[in-house]
Design a protein around this ligand. Structure first.
Ligand code: TPP
Ligand code: SF4
Ligand code: MG
Length: 283
């Protein structure tokens, strides 16, 4: 056990997280490093792309390749990483604002390509880095500094959205249930294709939702069949509960890099390509 603890620690960088004590994002950091240790994935084979937000600081705290990108762009960054080196275990990480607001136009495309990455959204239902404005997942009536009368927009449903977009692995976790979250991250890493994990990760400073989530968090039913996409959608729409676990999993879909390799002509030498170009443009 102490060996495992040491191993988990080895994935942590020298940069100490500057998240507030009690922030839900710590549980995600611990979950991800524990999953890497359990699966024995060497740090030099791991790459993490993030967006902007408290959650976007994530790669700095992991001793692996990391890219703290611009707001809303962890998915295209992670896609590029995986395409450049398919041997890598690649993560995209970010917040609800990053993923479902400014980055929302990327949401359908990574799943439809079945890019073999794990996308973790740390959803605290607000923009926390900028000190607490409402986000696309803030429930109706959320009172924050920028919404003193309560929000009036209907929130998006990230789980239903990703199931509808055809993601081949869709799961939900809660920072208040760290062991269960680690298992889900492990399963997502092992899944060959696009994995989405929606993590309810409360912001204790601007909008503490721990108690609210704890009251309705429940594991998926024991006889639940994660290959049933329609049932997964039904549970995603049930707002009286916060189901935790793997909602949907589709095995056998060919990932993006393999699809491209199957249609791409064989790599030719630089000289061969130049000769081909010269012949093509010869008058
Ligand atoms: C292009 C651009 N627009 C706006 C901002 C300001 N900004 C920084 S973080 C953020 C929202 C972050 O919210 P979320 O993604 O939920 O992350 P959290 O801080 O809650 O983890 C915004 C609007 C920015 N950095 N860049
Ligand atoms: S402001 Fe909120 S989300 Fe940001 S580090 Fe603090 S608790 Fe976490
Ligand atoms: Mg947020």
């Amino acid at each position: 056990m102490s060996n495992l603890k040491e191993k988990i620690k080895s994935y942590r960088s020298d940069v100490k997280p500057i998240w507030c004590p009690g922030c839900g994002d710590y549980a995600v950091l611990n979950g991800l490093t524990t999953a890497l240790a359990e699966l024995d994935i060497p740090a030099e084979n791991v790459a993490i792309a993030s967006g902007i937000g408290c959650s976007g600081r994530f790669p700095a705290f992991v001793s692996a390749y990391g890219f703290h990108g611009i707001h809303g762009r962890p998915l295209p960054l992670a896609t590029g990483m995986k395409m450049a080196n398919p041997e890598l275990t690649v993560f995209a990480v970010g917040g609800d604002g990053d993923g479902f607001s400014i980055g929302a136009e990327h949401l359908p495309h990574a799943p439809r390509r079945n890019v073999d990455i794990t996308y973790i959204v740390m959803d605290n239902r607000l923009y926390s880095l900028t000190k607490g404005q409402p986000s696309p997942t803030s429930p109706v009536g959320t009172r924050l500094k920028a919404s003193p009368y309560g929000t009036v927009e209907t929130p998006v449903n990230p789980m239903a959205m990703m199931i509808a977009y055809g993601a081949s692995f869709v799961a939900q976790a809660f920072s208040g249930k760290p062991k269960e979250m680690t298992k889900v991250i492990e399963e997502a890493i092992q899944h060959k294709g696009f994995s989405f994990i929606h993590v309810l990760s409360p912001c204790v400073t601007f909008y503490d939702t721990y108690r609210q989530f704890r009251a309705i968090a429940t594991p998926l039913p024991e006889d639940y069949d994660p290959t049933d996409q329609v049932e997964a959608f039904r549970l995603a729409l049930d707002e009286s509960k916060l189901y935790l676990g793997v909602f949907y999993k589709k095995e056998g879909d060919v990932p993006y890099h393999e699809r491209l390799n199957a249609v791409r002509p064989e790599r030719r030498s630089r000289e061969g390509l130049l000769k081909e170009l010269i012949e093509y443009y010869r008058p």
